[in-house]
Design a protein. Structure first.
Lengths: 327, 339, 398
């Protein structure tokens, strides 16, 4: 009796005790199924390229092509290639690059990871640390000038494509004004433009979402209840308002991370940053099929993992989700 | 009679919309004595909820209190700062809302939502607040109170949620409890339980209750005094006994006629009032009920009738007032109203 | 209680005629659902500005290239990289006969060429015959009998007329190529309009394809319900987690670049939201009485979906469609930007932007036009979509 009370008294213990293991397991299973679907789909698509991977190249002697096919295991039946590849992915081996002899796809990813992760992380940080507060400021000042200003900025951010923002900023701030370097990440100023360009859309999106979600929450009956209880405005806003209005914001954070990554294809291209996105775009122009396949799967796996994390976060924020599971 | 707890005079509340101001409350005055249960009855849109929310200044964003005084124990609530008012809310004056589904925060445990009220006004420790919450849960007859404090609203049934709302309202022993259609959203059997609970608690704790409802049955069962509202105005006001025995306003007549009386020897036919409530964006210049009133005279459409009292006509006894031109000394006789 | 206002009107006690329904008539002026939506939409300025912009853009994309004297593929390398605005110099002499000779020309600071223009600003042609002095980094021309020297040994490039450094007199619009020309001497304006054609075509067709797939999928899933619905929604869940940009890129790699590939790739990707919305609408509407009524009367499922369910789901679908179009425009231009879009000489806004980035240092105007075009179009569709959503959902009104 005392033990249960003690347990129930601590918030975290209570949360742990109520954690729906079935739900988490099901989500984890879903995650694996999705990953498998993506690997399979990618594999099929890359092998559906008309004529095979080496055809687009200049004319090649049949014996050289045969040798190449043998080297990459392309002479085996397709189903065997598929299982070989699946086995490779499961042991975290994405195979060799078609175009760069001796370089593995794993190496290519490892090469670009630091750059992509740095800019990506900074961009995610900007989205959360700038987008959410901007949305809150706008929502709390509904129809007054801070709201108008934030919404105008956010509209620009949502409407103007990232590559346009990137090139225009590059022209103005790097070429014309010379405030920041045109390429590379040699000093901290090099990060400014890529991070702004990368986070611009999602920062604006999150600001808008936070605002509308906050406005919706502020209109809820339980907010009136909180006021009727005589709670302090700050307490009402933080405990009752923000927590509830951030739930939809948290749900988009998973996709945000993923889209920041795909957005990095073009941003890394424009700012000549040696990240994974640049490798990916290069692989596409080079028709480096194993690299395309490997990087796609890497991205997808990362994204799915992020969504899983966000789902777990959601579980903590919104207790209602447990009910759906127990039925 | 005990002293007056709340005294509202000439309250006007509008709602700003894109099409203009909806005049929801147009000059309502009321008073509640300590320990008294005052019922406010009316159709939806009659302004009864808005009146109560205006008293505590809990209107939603578009609501605007244009004029009025609301004295609670001698202090005008309209003039208090937001901070002073929040000291009263949940402490001296508590509210129970209509829809227990949406009035509780879905992401906090029910117990937490009771406790935060206690901690806010009583400055106690969390442990003490928790003990008090369990006590309150028992008071409002929530079974297994010790474990239910840690449950979330969605784990409660509708009736249980309304009990939790009542627990929140009672948390600091309020002097006045405003209950805004507390049973409307509930099943009939649950309605009876909740009403019984409210009556019981009122008898035990002795607070005054301002009960808003559209259900005359609820009024008859619970209230001491009743106020009938229509079109943002008080149409008639009397003791419950008096109002049911000798209603003086055609609208009250209509309301009473629309309630099936099972005890009556001859099963009178249910009579709905024809027509629909007035458009409060452009309220009619005269009596708001005139367009639907079978007794309406041209005077009724021309000017809003004043509140007639016992001084004006022998038809009204002490404490009984009604807003109808037919109570004018020169008015012709209308069957059932002023005969 | 005595009341001050007891004044009575004339003949106060005449019976009033009952007009119980009058209130209802006044309360809701007769206006259909779509009339209501249109009225609300019209009240929203940004949405209307967006709508007008889109209509004008479509008209320009369809008819503009027909009117233009230039084609999107004709190259004129002699007139490449011309600016839309230039600063002309005027040189004049009087020859032996006493007839005055005047020449207007401007300097293209990007390639150090001189171009002759007439007094109005219409382009006459590249001025040839300059003697290039590579060592001194200067070129000397004979124009209207005077020696004109372009000195590009230092930035900014200077121009000397008879050894006197000369500055241009004011600026002038390019009357021949309003938006200038690109690096292959093609008219930027007409390529811009063709770009609009491609971008809008891809967007609209892809959106329609998405619409049909989404409505079909969501409609079947929602209508069938039960196990079929559960499986179909699981599939949607899986698809929704796949990063769609990646999928479009893979499609483009498989299908090879080209207009049809772009439409196919984008058209088969974004139907997931649509399917979910249609399903949700159908699930809520399925419980409605009138669907039950139709079913009891023996209407077939397909008929129920088309005649009864979809018309009610039209609002949210319309909003999703309006929001899909800018997404499609964006994805197409994104693909084109990284070299996976339409093939040259066809151009979309994405390829135009991408090409302009290469020459951005010298000719920023080439970047300005496609960037502005796509941004404004995105604005227009976003504003229209926002306005439409608010107009269709009166609950969101303030």
């Amino acid at each position: 009796m005392t033990q249960t009370t003690l347990h129930a008294n601590s918030g975290f213990g209570r949360w742990l005790g109520k954690l729906p293991l079935g739900y988490i397991l099901r989500r984890a299973l879903m995650m694996l199924v999705t990953l498998w679907a993506i690997i399979t789909l990618t594999f099929i698509m890359m092998h559906a390229v008309p004529g095979g991977p080496f055809v687009s190249e200049r004319m090649m002697a049949p014996e050289i092509e045969a040798a190449l096919n043998a080297k990459f295991g392309l002479d085996a039946p397709l189903w065997q290639q598929y299982f070989n590849y699946l086995g490779g992915v499961l042991s975290f081996d994405l195979g060799p690059s078609f175009k760069y002899p001796g370089v593995s796809v794993n190496q290519m990813i490892a090469d670009g990871l630091a750059v992509t992760a740095q800019t990506g992380l900074l961009a995610v940080l900007a989205v959360v640390a700038v987008g959410v507060p901007l949305g809150i400021i706008a929502g709390l000042n509904r129809n007054r000038w801070p709201d108008t200003a934030v919404m105008m900025l956010a509209t620009v951010g949502v409407a103007v494509p990232s590559y346009v923002i990137a090139t225009v900023m590059l022209y103005v701030f790097a070429l014309r004004l010379g405030w920041v370097p045109t390429f590379g990440l040699d000093d901290w100023r090099g990060y400014i433009l890529p991070v702004i360009a990368l986070s611009g859309f999602w920062l604006s999106f999150v600001a808008r979402l936070t605002r509308s979600s906050l406005l919706e929450t502020l209109d809820q009956d339980y907010m009136t209840t909180a006021r009727a209880k005589g709670l302090r405005p700050g307490q009402i806003l933080i405990k009752h308002g923000l927590r509830n209005s951030l739930i939809p914001v948290v749900t988009v954070l998973g996709p945000v991370v993923a889209n920041l990554l795909t957005g990095s294809f073009v941003i890394e291209q424009i700012f000549a940053l040696p990240g994974i996105g640049r490798h990916f775009v290069l692989s596409i122009t080079n028709r480096d099929y194993t690299a395309i396949m490997g990087i796609t799967i890497f991205y997808a796996a990362f994204l799915i993992f992020m969504i899983f994390i966000v789902d777990m976060l959601y579980l903590w924020l919104d207790p209602r989700i447990k009910l759906e599971d127990s039925e | 009679m005990s002293h007056t707890l709340l005294n509202v005079t000439n309250l006007h509340t509008d709602f700003e919309t894109s099409r203009g101001d909806v005049k929801a409350v147009r000059g309502v005055s009321l008073s509640v004595a300590a320990g008294e249960i005052l019922g406010i009855v009316g159709e939806s849109g009659s302004g009864k909820s808005v009146t109560c929310m205006s008293i505590l200044r809990l209107l939603k964003r578009q609501g605007r209190i244009r004029a009025g005084v609301a004295e609670f124990e001698g202090r005008d609530l309209m003039k208090l700062s937001e901070r002073e008012l929040s000291d009263l809310r949940g402490n001296d004056i508590a509210v129970i809302f209509q829809d227990p589904m949406s009035s509780l925060n879905p992401t906090l445990t029910v117990g937490e939502q009771v406790m935060e009220t206690i901690i806010r006004h009583r400055k106690t420790s969390r442990a003490a607040a928790r003990a008090r919450t369990i006590e309150l849960f028992k008071l409002v007859r929530i079974p297994a109170a010790e474990t239910r404090v840690d449950a979330y609203p969605h784990e409660f049934s509708g009736g249980m949620r309304q009990r939790a709302m009542i627990a929140i309202a009672l948390a600091c022993d309020p002097k006045l409890l405003i209950a805004d259609e507390p049973t409307t959203a509930l099943d009939v059997t649950i309605q009876r339980q909740i009403l019984g609970l409210l009556k019981d608690i009122q008898a035990r704790m002795g607070m005054a209750i301002l009960l808003i409802t559209h259900d005359l049955g609820v009024i008859a069962e619970v209230c001491d005094r009743v106020m009938v509202m229509y079109g943002g105005m008080v149409m008639e006001q009397a003791s419950v006994h008096r109002l049911f025995e000798a209603p003086r306003h055609p609208y009250t007549h209509g309301l009473l006629a629309s309630v099936p009386d099972l005890r009556a020897a001859h099963r009178a036919r249910l009579q709905p009032i024809a027509g629909s409530p007035p458009d409060m964006l452009r309220p009619p210049p005269g009596c708001p009920f005139a367009p639907r009133c079978a007794h309406a005279r041209s005077q009724c459409a021309a000017a809003v009738p004043p509140l007639f009292g016992p001084d004006d006509t022998a038809l009204l006894k002490s404490g009984h007032t009604a807003r109808c031109w037919l109570l004018h000394a020169d008015a012709p006789k209308a069957e059932g109203i002023n005969t | 209680m005595s009341n001050p206002d007891m004044k009575l009107t004339e003949n106060p006690w005449a019976l009033l005629e009952l007009k119980a329904d009058a209130a209802e008539v006044i309360a809701s002026p007769a206006r259909g659902y779509w009339g209501d939506v249109w009225a609300r939409l019209r009240a929203r300025k940004p949405a209307m500005v967006g709508l007008v912009f889109i209509v004008l853009l479509i008209l320009a994309a369809v008819f503009g290239p027909m009117i233009s004297p230039y084609s999107y593929f004709e190259q004129n390398l002699k007139l490449s990289n011309i600016q839309p605005i230039f600063n002309p110099y005027t040189v004049s002499t009087t020859d032996e006969d006493g007839t005055p000779e005047t020449a207007h020309f401007f300097l293209n600071a990007g390639n150090f060429n001189l171009y002759e223009v007439d007094a109005r600003g219409a382009l006459i042609g590249l001025i040839r015959g300059g003697r290039k002095d590579m060592a001194m980094r200067r070129t000397t021309y004979q124009i209207a009998g005077q020696a004109v020297v372009v000195d590009y040994s230092q930035q900014p490039t200077r121009l000397f007329v008879d050894d006197v450094e000369t500055r241009p007199g004011g600026w002038q619009w390019n009357k021949t190529y309003w938006f200038g020309t690109d690096q292959l001497g093609r008219d930027v304006l007409v390529r811009q309009l063709y770009g609009a054609r491609i971008s809008l075509l891809v967007a609209f067709v892809a959106t329609i394809v998405n619409f049909f797939i989404g409505v079909l999928y969501g409609g079947i899933s929602g209508y069938a319900g039960g196990r079929v619905d559960a499986v179909m929604m699981r599939i949607v869940e899986v698809i929704a987690t796949i990063p769609l940009t990646l999928y479009v890129i893979l499609m483009m790699v498989v299908l090879q670049s080209g207009l049809i590939s772009v439409v196919l790739a984008i058209g088969t990707v974004f139907w997931v939201d649509m399917a979910r919305i249609v399903r949700g609408q159908i699930l809520t509407l399925k419980q409605s009485d009138y669907v039950d009524a139709a079913r009891t009367m023996g209407a077939r499922p397909g008929r129920i979906i088309v005649r009864h369910l979809l018309p009610n789901a039209v609002g949210p679908i319309l909003v999703t469609l309006t929001m899909l179009i800018p997404s499609a425009i964006f994805i197409e231009s994104f693909m084109s930007f990284i070299g996976l879009g339409v093939t040259p000489p066809l151009a979309s806004w994405g390829t135009l932007t991408s090409n302009a980035v290469e020459t951005m240092r010298a000719y920023p105007h080439q970047l300005l036009f496609p960037a502005a075009a796509i941004s404004l179009t995105m604005f227009a569709f976003n504003f229209l979509g926002d306005g439409l959503r608010d107009a269709l959902d009166p609950r969101l009104r303030k």
